[in-house]
Design a protein around this ligand. Structure first.
Ligand SMILES: Cc1cc2nc3c(=O)[nH]c(=O)nc-3n(C[C@H](O)[C@H](O)[C@H](O)COP(=O)(O)OP(=O)(O)OC[C@H]3O[C@@H](n4cnc5c(N)ncnc54)[C@H](O)[C@@H]3O)c2cc1C
Length: 401
């Protein structure tokens, strides 16, 4: 079954290479490893280091900076495999930032910053795992951010608060988004926002950063924080791109990243379905395997069909993104993320039901997959906001926000 889903689409030569190499790394980390990480709430350092040793943290870093120079087509494979091979959505989340935060650096940072950072990220020496956009008063409505960065000589001084910032505890840098011009002074709310690279050790040394972990019910080994910045001084050279244009820089590449998130959901769904089929065959009740009951079989078959459909859309869109074709990637990416998250949720729910009472026992893992699948409907964009995009930009309906 897993083979069927993993072979659901035809892969390019380089996608096949990525798949076998990433599977190989993942095979050293068994179910027990992930179970322990979840029970202890400990970041999977060994797993991330193994991926970094094989160069995978630099998958999107151009070859001239020592990276693999690959694109979305290869990254969807890598992240789906990471999720599908036991680690689930959380394993993908453990490295997602480290992979994707290189994108604005590659596209917009100064040559000095690129030369200094990218080779070190590509060989796993340095990590840029954290991305700080969301604030207590600005989640879905991201342009409402209130964190301020004020230019002061050759520095910026940053004050404000972020929430839900993930992996700050395991990162050397954070890509921080702040307002350089107050909302009331800009023509368009997307203007006046800038992006900074912040050295976290330097921020702590200045005593300008406080952080507090947010207790949560999913992804227990990837921690998210509330952050407070108090007169944090950042060198002006650490501005990424153009002052005031940070929001369009955030949006740039977002659709391709969203396809990768969809692939992570697909990997989680595959994993849940695998476990459910295994249990459905093994468990005997009334002298026959529970999988011979259609009440058990059909939800699993339905989950398979939904995952299969979402996978076709995701991989097709990734292929079109890599082509020269003019394509409305936003339409594909938002639909793919929406469908993949729902498909993962239904697969995980069916996996729990298949396990009967053991569906909530941690030793069978499916309760963890279920909690993670629930999370995929909230992050990095909620299902409602993905539908808002389709309603407004694809169907031409009035903007609702
Ligand atoms: C585990 C986790 C990790 C995260 N990691 C990061 C991170 O590393 N960096 C970062 O910047 N952020 C991170 N986030 C934040 C995440 O991106 C936000 O939670 C998400 O964008 C939703 O914002 P919100 O929670 O403020 O919800 P809100 O914006 O308050 O929305 C609440 C509800 O209202 C709905 N809603 C709001 N407006 C509309 C509308 N116009 N139409 C229809 N429905 C609407 C939403 O869909 C949602 O269901 C993380 C969140 C979680 C849970």
């Amino acid at each position: 079954m897993a083979r069927l889903l993993s072979d659901a689409v035809s892969l390019t030569e380089s996608q096949r290479l990525v798949r076998s190499s990433v599977r190989d790394v993942c095979s050293d980390f068994d179910r027990e490893y992930w179970r322990r990480r979840a029970a202890e709430g400990e970041y999977p350092h060994e797993f991330v280091d193994a991926l970094a040793d094989h160069g995978w943290m630099g998958i999107l870093v151009p070859e001239e900076y020592g990276g693999a120079g690959m694109g979305t087509q290869e990254t969807v494979v890598m992240m789906e495999e990471i999720a599908a091979n036991g680690g689930g959505f959380s394993a993908a989340q453990a490295i997602h930032g480290g992979v994707y935060n290189t994108v604005p650096i590659v596209e917009y940072a100064s040559e000095e910053l690129k030369d200094e950072l990218l080779p070190r990220v590509a060989d796993g020496e340095t990590s840029i795992q954290a991305f700080g956009l969301t604030e207590p008063n600005a989640g879905s409505n991201a342009t409402a951010i209130e964190t301020r960065a004020e230019h002061d000589g050759d520095e910026y001084v940053i004050n404000g608060q972020k929430v839900w910032t993930s992996r700050v505890d395991v990162s050397d840098y954070i890509v921080l988004v702040a307002r350089t011009t107050p909302l009331e002074d800009v023509e368009k709310r997307t203007r006046g926002i800038s992006m900074f690279l912040v050295d976290l050790a330097a921020a702590h040394e200045q005593g300008a950063l406080e952080m507090e972990a947010i207790p949560k019910s999913a992804s227990e080994f990837v921690h998210s924080f509330e952050l407070w910045f108090d007169d944090l001084r950042v060198p002006a050279a650490n501005l990424i791109g153009v002052e005031g244009e940070g929001f369009s820089q955030v949006l740039d590449g977002l659709n391709e990243e969203r396809l990768v998130i969809a692939a992570e959901c697909l990997g989680l769904g595959r994993l849940a379905l695998d476990r459910a089929v295994e249990y459905a065959n093994d468990r005997h009740v009334f002298d026959r395997s529970i999988g011979s009951n259609q009440a058990i079989q059909h939800p699993l078959a339905e989950a398979y069909a939904r995952l299969q459909a979402a996978k076709q859309l995701t991989y097709n869109a990734a292929a079109r993104a890599a082509s020269d074709e003019e394509v409305d990637l936003g339409a594909y990416a938002n639909a793919a993320k929406f469908l993949a998250a729902d498909a993962a949720y239904e697969a995980a729910d069916a996996a729990v039901q298949t396990h009967g009472g053991f569906g909530v026992a941690t030793e069978y893992d499916v309760e963890r997959y279920f909690r993670e699948a629930r999370l995929t409907r909230l992050v990095p964009i909620t299902q409602e906001l993905a539908l808002n995009y389709l309603g407004e930009n694809v169907l031409g309906l009035p903007r609702s926000y």
